[in-house]
Design a protein. Structure first.
Length: 276
């Protein structure tokens, strides 16, 4: 597959199809960006991309609209990501599509999205009678945002990441709500929060916060930003354990929440943050 971001529907006028159209999905190979990070062969992490789709609707067999929230989990070792606008257009193609019920919808979503990502995906639907059971929550950990620092760099700078190799190793979880990057194609801002859980030489917190803020004018997709953060911390600070989890605010009814780890932490909680 030779799809590139500039060929995607991003930044282009799009006709919204309202009848089922799986061909709208636009996969992009992950390896294109991983080559920039010199990731070859066996991945130095495992993980998931957790998508929440809040604008999902279809018709029952009598033509009555139905609604649900879909959660899609794609494995990080799948060969492709799916460009988010194409994902939105695909979901909207169900708007005037008659289906026998939620299970029929799930079957189509599983088949189409597994084909697009190039690996089996896990999908759940939350129907209206269960909306009240959904919970919100913020990322847990020590806030880096408490630090009163001066910033003069707004591009990723791995050299800002340092760790104390002379002292005993630590285990800690650090969080920031100041993550911002920009869409690789359109330059539109993507807002997020990030959690970094690690064990190893203690990471300099001021340097880490400066590094994270450095994504503020950086153009890259959500998944690629999280992998860049993971690789830069791994190479610069050499933790024995590392997990990076980002919760991005939604756009077009979709939020994307990439998680990458090199140790067994258990699947991250899919709790919607206040800004999502």
């Amino acid at each position: 597959m030779n799809n590139t971001p500039d060929q995607s529907p991003l930044g282009k006028s799009s006709a919204y199809q309202t009848q089922y159209a799986p061909e709208l999905l636009f996969p992009i190979p992950r390896q294109q960006k991983r080559d920039e990070l010199e990731i070859q062969g066996t991945l130095p992490f495992f993980g998931l991309d957790i998508w929440n789709a809040y604008e999902l609707s279809w018709l029952n067999m009598r033509g009555k609209p139905q609604v649900a929230i879909a959660t899609v989990s794609a494995p990080a070792d799948s060969p492709n990501i799916v460009e988010s606008k194409s994902f939105k257009l695909y979901l909207n193609s169900f708007n005037q599509t008659r289906l026998a019920g939620p299970e029929a919808l799930l079957a189509l979503l599983r088949e189409d999205l597994s084909n697009a990502f190039g690996a089996p995906v896990h999908i759940t639907l939350t129907e209206p009678e269960n909306f009240g059971k959904l919970k919100m929550g913020e990322l847990e950990g020590l806030s880096l945002d408490r630090l009163d620092i001066e910033i003069d760099n707004y591009a990723p700078a791995p050299h800002l990441l340092t760790a104390n190799f002379e002292e005993a190793p630590v285990e800690e979880t650090l969080v920031s709500n100041l993550l911002k990057s920009n869409c690789l194609v359109t330059g539109q801002p993507d807002w997020g929060s990030v959690q970094i859980e690690y064990a190893g030489p203690q990471i300099d917190q001021e340097g880490l916060l400066r590094y994270l803020i450095g994504f503020r004018e950086h153009n890259e997709f959500h998944e690629q930003c999280v992998e860049r953060i993971f690789i830069d911390i791994l190479r610069q600070c050499k933790p024995s354990k590392l997990a990076v989890y980002a919760r991005y605010t939604r756009r077009g009814g979709l939020d994307i929440n990439p998680w990458r780890a090199n140790f067994s932490t258990g699947r991250p909680h899919n709790l919607r943050g206040a800004r999502q």
